[in-house]
Structures are given as C-alpha cells and as structure tokens.
Design a protein around this ligand. Structure first.
Ligand SMILES: NC(=O)c1ccc[n+]([C@@H]2O[C@H](COP(=O)([O-])OP(=O)(O)OC[C@H]3O[C@@H](n4cnc5c(N)ncnc54)[C@H](OP(=O)(O)O)[C@@H]3O)[C@@H](O)[C@H]2O)c1
Length: 291
C-alpha cells in the first residue's frame, strides 16, 4: 500500500505523514507548492508519476473567513480540486479518501448529525466543501468522504494553538460559549485515515460518506477549559463565556455541528475515543514544536 497525500503541508496532511512514517506505511506527501489540486492536468500527471494505491485529499482552503471574502477561490480549491482528484483517481482505478467538514450542516437544531441528515451550510466554506463532496461522488464510486470537526494538534494555526498562546499571556480569556461541537485530536484522525486505507487495501467494503470526530460534545469554552486544564494546571487563566457575536467575523458559524460517528465505528471497526484523551499528547507535541 502506498498513499499519496495532498495538502501535505497542512495540519491533517502532516499528522498522516508523521504517523505513516512511524508505522512504516509508505506515503508520499505533496504540498501546494508540489501540486496545486486546481490544475487538472498536473493532478493526472502526479498520479501517473507516483502510482499510489490510494489518494488522501487533505488539501483545502480552510480559512472560513477568507472563503467568505473570496467565494470563487473557495469553490475553485474546495470543489474543483477534489473534482480533478476524483476524476484522476477514477481513471486509474484508485480509491480516494477525501476530507470534509461538519460545516456542511446548518447547526440550528440539537442532537448529533448523521451522514444522511440534510445538509444546509451557513457559510461559503461549508457550501464549497459540500460542492466538493458532490463532485467526488459524481466522479467516482470508489470514495470515502470523511467529515470531521475542530481538529487540534501541534501543527498550524488553529483554535487550540490560539488559546494556548493567549493563555500564556493573559490572565483572563473571553471564549465563545454558544457554538457546540466535537473536537478531534489530529493524531486520532490520522490513525483513522490509515485504518480506513488498510481496510480498503484489504479489499473490504466501505466506500461512502462517514463522520469521524472525538467523543464528547463541548462549546469552544468547554474545549478551552479541557485544553488549558492540562496545559496550565494548576494556574488556569480565568475563562469568561461570551456569545459568538462578541467576535464579529465575515462568515457566520453553525451553532451545533456535533457529529454521530456510529456508522464509521460499525463499518471500520474503530470507535473514536474521547477527545480529552488526546489533549496531553497534543500539548506535549505542540510544545515540542518550539512553542
Ligand atoms: N481544521 C479543522 O478543524 C477541520 C475541521 C473539519 C474538517 N476539516 C477538513 O480537513 C481537511 C484538512 O484540513 P486542515 O486542518 O489540515 O487544513 P490546513 O491546515 O489549512 O491544510 C490544508 C492544506 O491544503 C493546502 N492547499 C490549499 N490550497 C491548495 C491547492 N490549491 N492545492 C494543493 N494544496 C492546497 C494548504 O496549503 P497552503 O497553506 O500553502 O495554502 C494547506 O497546507 C480539509 O478538507 C478541511 O476541510 C478541517
């Protein structure tokens, strides 16, 4: 089995490549500088050159406010890129594992979202990612679309990184307490991706759309408490709950995008673990990055 990982410079791409290396799984990583997935001819050429047995697409435009400001770019990267990858994978008979997001859901209802619940994105990022999912499904049946949420870990700029940095400077933080979600350790997601790759490489059935996130729904405030209580024990900064409207942003965010991961666990025989179980290692690895 040889994986070709697109978006190799991003947080999920880096997690997958690091874990693959530790486990001795052959994986080739391509950053945006190596391959722009919006260039269809280059995508076909890359698959012909590297001859992988499975393609993992972790490349995307993920800055939600940037997507809101530049919808054409968001759709070009998040819809047209996956369309090229899916077409090239189909032409070579390869499976495609494509990352997607909880933001395909509207979030205006309680409870956990299942894979076949109606999608209703509230922002351009969500619409562009949903269009990417549809492009993948249209181009190849041999796909696994994995929707995840609030991925955290040592790589890149994300909410996890932001609160750790701010908590080191400020005695009090104001954190949004009306957006609910399931955080996902990036390393656990990488393990899930490698698990699915091995499952498909063994010829076992499993193509389709799945949810994978950490167990335990929290608000951003609850997530911050969970991370900081590990990283800054016993000197936890004071955390004040604020509504999302306290931080005006270009793009609206859905209020509840908790994902139901039962289908993933049943199909692949791997149940996600509580996100809190991944915090200590993520903090340790974050510090290991020189933070
Ligand atoms: N982060 C989360 O909390 C979260 C939650 C749910 C789902 N997801 C999904 O998980 C996947 C991976 O996200 P992530 O957190 O790893 O994002 P990320 O850290 O922003 O990484 C995305 C990578 O894609 C690259 N990229 C952007 N445009 C590209 C293009 N045209 N061609 C090739 N590469 C390109 C980026 O390169 P540059 O930096 O050079 O632009 C970046 O390295 C995405 O599909 C995302 O929608 C993420």
């Amino acid at each position: 089995m040889t994986l070709l990982v697109l978006g190799a410079g991003g947080q999920v791409g880096r997690e997958v490549l690091e874990l693959a290396s530790e486990k001795g799984v052959a994986a080739i990583g391509l950053t945006r500088a190596d391959l722009d997935i919006t260039d269809g001819a280059a995508v076909h050429a890359a698959l012909a050159q590297h001859r992988p047995s499975l393609v993992v697409n972790a490349a995307a435009l993920t800055n939600v406010d940037q997507a809101e400001a530049d919808p054409a770019r968001a759709f070009h990267v998040n819809r047209d890129g996956p369309a090229h990858l899916a077409a090239a994978a189909a032409a070579r008979g390869l499976p495609l594992l494509h990352l997607s997001t909880d933001y395909v859901f509207g979030g205006e209802r309680p409870g956990a979202w299942r894979e076949d619940d109606p999608t209703e994105p509230v922002n351009v990022y969500g619409h562009s990612k949903l269009a990417g999912e549809e492009a993948v499904r249209a181009a190849t049946e041999r796909h696994v679309i994995l929707r995840s949420s609030w991925i955290f870990g040592p790589f890149g700029r994300n909410f996890f990184d932001t609160i750790l940095r701010q908590a080191a400077r400020a005695p009090e933080l104001r954190i949004v307490a009306d957006q609910r979600n399931c955080p996902t350790p990036g390393r656990d997601l990488a393990a899930a991706i490698l698990h699915v790759a091995e499952h498909l490489a063994a010829g076992r059935p499993g193509f389709g759309t799945y949810h994978y996130c950490g167990v335990g729904a929290v608000t951003r405030l609850g997530f911050a408490e969970g991370v900081l209580s590990v990283a800054f024990r016993p000197y936890l900064p004071l955390l004040r709950p604020v509504p999302a409207t306290a931080y005006p942003s270009a793009a609206p965010r859905p209020a509840n995008t908790v994902l139901d991961c039962a289908k993933f666990a049943t199909t692949f025989g791997l149940a996600p673990r509580p996100w809190r179980a991944g915090v200590a290692l993520a903090v340790e690895r974050w510090r290991g990055q020189g933070n």
